[in-house]
Design a protein around this ligand. Structure first.
Ligand code: 5CA
Ligand code: ZN
Length: 416
């Protein structure tokens, strides 16, 4: 799948610190510690509605991580999937009387525009499920062959069967989220699971492959009933195909901790006999609106494309997102945008002078903030202090505003 144009990333003198990141699996802030090339997988959109600020927060967060890794001297291979065939997409297309492929194509196109406007570095591999059917089918066949997958008769016809994963086959099941069974059961149905499906060995076993139903897309593949992929197996198959096991970071919103990242990892271990699936699991806290998680299914959305159409500067949107720490839940309010726009104006004024106060310290501070579990609010405050100093007292360091502007661009993706 085509991704979107890459922004220019300026050079910053010196090198950044090795980034530290909170790992959900161990519950600790740890060094990401990749090899020369960091391998990163971030769960992409299900393209049935436009990008809202929660999605944008997730992709901007992992964009800052990628920038921190690059600043610390790593190359980065970044993979993102697109869930371009799944129940929510098919249901929305059916509700609106549109073709599911057209709906997906339109929403992916809008997502590309939003990401470009927000200055997000595109993935090196932007991979849809529809173009990964063979890889998914192979993974499902392997799980069947090893006994980790089993058939469950479809309710509609005795002839067909869906395929499910037997989670009891992997003793490490639960080690990504560290949740109790009660916690898992409490959310499973709300997050795409079907705990009450008759014939499953365990209510928590996830769907791997859904046999063809009337009116639903399906693919004929060898060794499986005609059908389509379940959700979690797509990310396992795509990650293994493009990155292999023990890749450095799997990211996404905290709504993916369970079941999605737990199941993806369980499947990866069962398929390869190796562990871990990802070395670090990082999660963006949920962004809300009016007291509830912003979500396409609830419809309480603030869309990036709508803000852009209203003339909002995408860099102000980006600054509003960066002003929140990624591990703290927050709710969108319009005054956050006003604050961000004011900040952008004051930075633009300060950074447009030829000479200003020295920037060595603020550059160092930006680097230590982003490397410290992506402390973007701390980074913004450091720039605020420099901008105030520049406006109040000026400075004689020729070229320093340019160095800071390039650092902001490289590390935070903020173009002033
Ligand atoms: N296609 C799957 C992942 S494989 C999916 O969750 N798609 S999504 O469109 O629902 O979400 C896209 C990304 O945005 C995911 O990483 C998800 O965790 C994240 N996300 C969704 N809602 C929010 C929110 N309110 N706040 C922060 N992140 C969110
Ligand atoms: Zn995913």
């Amino acid at each position: 799948m085509i991704s979107w144009p890459a922004p220019f990333i300026p050079e910053v003198p010196g090198t950044g610190h090795p980034p530290q990141l909170f790992d959900t699996s161990t519950g600790a802030v740890r060094a990401v510690n990749p090899g020369p090339t960091a391998r990163m997988y971030v769960c992409g959109i299900t393209p049935y509605d436009a990008t809202h600020l929660g999605h944008a927060a997730t992709y901007v967060t992992f964009d800052v991580l990628q920038r921190a890794l690059r600043d610390a001297g790593h190359d980065v291979v970044y993979v993102q999937n697109i869930t371009d065939v799944d129940d929510p997409l098919l249901e929305r297309a059916h509700r609106d009387g549109v073709d599911w492929q057209d709906l997906a194509a339109d929403e992916i196109a809008l997502f590309r525009e939003d990401m470009t406007a927000l200055g997000v570095i595109p993935p090196d591999h932007y991979v849809g499920v529809v173009e990964s059917i063979d890889a998914v089918a192979e993974a499902v066949r392997d799980l069947l062959a090893s006994g980790a997958a089993y058939p469950v008769d479809t309710p509609e016809s005795e002839a067909g069967h869906d395929l499910y994963l037997d989670v009891s086959r992997e003793p490490g099941f639960g080690s990504v989220s560290n949740w109790s069974r009660e916690q898992m059961m409490a959310v499973f149905a709300d997050r795409g699971g079907d705990p009450d499906r008759a014939g499953k060995r365990d209510p928590l076993d996830p769907l791997l492959w859904r046999a063809a139903r009337d009116g639903e897309p399906s693919w004929a593949v060898e060794g499986l009933p005609a059908g389509r992929p379940g959700w979690h197996i797509e990310c396992t198959a795509i990650a293994l195909d493009r990155l292999g096991m023990a890749f450095d970071v799997q990211g996404g919103g905290s709504d993916l901790i369970f079941p999605h990242h737990e199941m993806s990892a369980t499947q990866g271990v069962l398929l390869t006999g190796e562990r871990p699936f990802a070395r670090t699991y990082a999660h963006q806290a949920m962004v809300g609106l009016d007291g509830a998680k912003m979500s396409k299914s609830k419809g309480n959305l603030v869309l990036v494309s709508k803000l852009r159409a209203d003339g909002v500067d995408p860099m102000a949107i980006r600054l509003a997102l960066l002003d929140q720490h990624y591990r703290t839940e927050w709710s969108w309010t319009p005054d956050l945008l006003t604050t961000a726009q004011d900040r952008l104006d004051s930075w633009r004024a300060a950074l447009s002078v030829n000479a200003g106060p020295p920037v060595d310290e603020v550059v160092a501070r930006l680097r230590s903030c982003v490397a410290d579990d992506l402390d973007t609010p701390g980074a913004l405050r450091a720039v605020d202090r420099w901008a105030q100093e520049c406006q109040r007292r000026g400075g004689s360091d020729a070229g320093s505003p340019g160095v800071l502007a390039r650092t902001l661009d490289a590390l935070l993706g903020v173009r002033v």
